[in-house]
Structure formats: C-alpha cells, structure tokens
Design a protein around this ligand. Structure first.
Ligand SMILES: [Fe+2]
Ligand SMILES: [Fe+2]
Length: 251
C-alpha cells in the first residue's frame, strides 16, 4: 500500500494560505467542524451505497468504509468542540472564516442511480485528494499534538480507502477503469470550478452593489435635498382655483 506523505502540488503552492487558515484557533475550529459534517455525510452516503450494491464483496467494503467515515466525523467533531470550549473560556467571540473547501470532497457524492464503477472511480479520486490534503494539514498543526494524531489516524484510513476503491474498480471494470477515473477527475474539477465561480459571483455582486450605492445614489440624494430646500415649511394656502375644484368634486 503506497503511503501518502506529501500534499498535492497545488496544495503545496497554496501552503501559505493553508498555514494562515490553520494558524488561527477560530478558523481551525471552524475547519474541524466543517470536516466533521463532510465526513459524517459521506459516511451516510457510503452506507446507502452498501445497501444498493449487488456485489457482496463491495457491500462489505462499503460498510467498513462508511464506519470509518462516521468515525472520522466523530473525531473531528470532538476535537473541534474541545478547542471551541477551550477558546470560549478565553474569548467569547468566534470569527468566521472558511476560505478553502473541506479536505474530503465527499460532499459531491451522489449514490442513487450510480453504477459501482462510477462510484468507485469517484471515491478513489476523492479519497486520494483527501489523503494528500490531510498529509499537508498534519504538518500544519504541529503545535497541536492531539489534532495531529487525529490527522495521522484519518490519513491511514484515507490511504486504505484510496487503494481499495482503485483495486475494486480494476476488478469490476478491467477494460476501462482508467476512463472512469479520468471522468471522475473531470467531474470533480468541474464541481470545483462551479464553486469558485459561485463564490466569485457572490463577491462581484457585493462589490457591484456597493459601487452602485456610492456612485449612483448620491446625485439622487442631492436632488431630493435641493427640492426639499425649495419647499416652504408648515401649512400653505391652496390657490383659489384648486379650492373651488376640490369643493365641487367632494359632492
Ligand atoms: Fe474520511
Ligand atoms: Fe475516506
């Protein structure tokens, strides 16, 4: 079983950003709790895959995999909660900040209607990404031995998941397993692109509205104030013609 000891090339390039994220305790807590949700959701989805597959060996492997993911969710949640409680005692404010996506990628998983070959290819790609990401995170939490131990334990499981999914894919699709893996990579890349595009659109929309607020509204506000200054204050007598017209129209 090959070991994963280094992060992916892109993650190594983005290492300063990852360091910035993990250096702050509040962001660390938020990341751990986000991972907990992703792992638990992934575990439930793989449990569903175990129910659906007609292959007895895959059913057993999916079941073990699901138990691992649910356990990872518990480990992350407990550690995140412990750090949060420790932090709350020191300071009662939790800053928001989650600029990078979760490590696993199981949040894109769809089970119903997926054949095992598609599912295994997706899981292999997601697990490989998770193993590389967690290998990097393990280094970034050197100052926090308990969190580092959790990453080490989870990394071992993710490497096992990465390898068994690939091995099973070659068993059930010996002729075209590479095509399935490339297709899964392309889908993952596309989903990442959609997320980045949605985040960019949200930021761009906010900036555009702010610019409109400060550039387009002031002239109208100035015109409104100018016409307000021209108005006389208090009660004003109506012109004679309008007084007569209003009295006639009343009856
Ligand atoms: Fe996991
Ligand atoms: Fe996993």
């Amino acid at each position: 079983m090959p070991a994963v000891t280094r992060g992916a090339p892109l993650d190594r390039v983005m290492r300063p950003i990852h360091e910035w994220v993990w250096a702050d305790n509040d962001r660390r807590v938020r990341k751990l709790l986000t991972f907990a949700d992703v792992e638990t959701d992934g575990g439930r989805d793989i449990l569903r895959a175990a129910e659906m597959t007609p292959d007895p060996l895959l059913r057993r492997l999916y079941l073990e995999h699901a138990i691992d993911e649910l356990h990872h969710g518990d480990l992350f949640r407990e550690r995140g909660a412990a750090l949060f409680r420790a932090r709350q005692r020191a300071r009662r404010v939790m800053l928001s900040g989650n600029p990078l996506p979760g490590g696993h990628g199981l949040d894109d998983l769809r089970i119903d209607g997926q054949p095992d070959r598609t599912l295994l290819a997706f899981l292999h790609v997601a697990e490989k990404a998770a193993a590389r990401r967690f290998a990097l995170y393990r280094e970034l939490v050197d100052d926090d031995p308990q969190t580092r131990v959790i990453f080490e334990e989870i990394l071992r499981d993710e490497v096992f998941h990465m390898n068994y999914t690939y091995k099973q894919l070659t068993r059930i699709a010996p002729g075209d397993y590479r095509r399935h893996v490339w297709h899964a990579r392309a889908r993952r890349l596309w989903n990442r692109y959609l997320r980045v595009a949605a985040a960019f659109t949200a930021v761009f929309g906010g900036v555009a509205l702010t610019v409109m607020y400060f550039v387009l509204l002031p002239p109208f506000a100035w015109l409104a104030k100018r016409s307000q200054r021209r108005e006389q204050s208090g009660w004003m007598p109506l012109p004679r013609a309008r007084q007569d017209a209003s009295q006639r129209s009343q009856y």
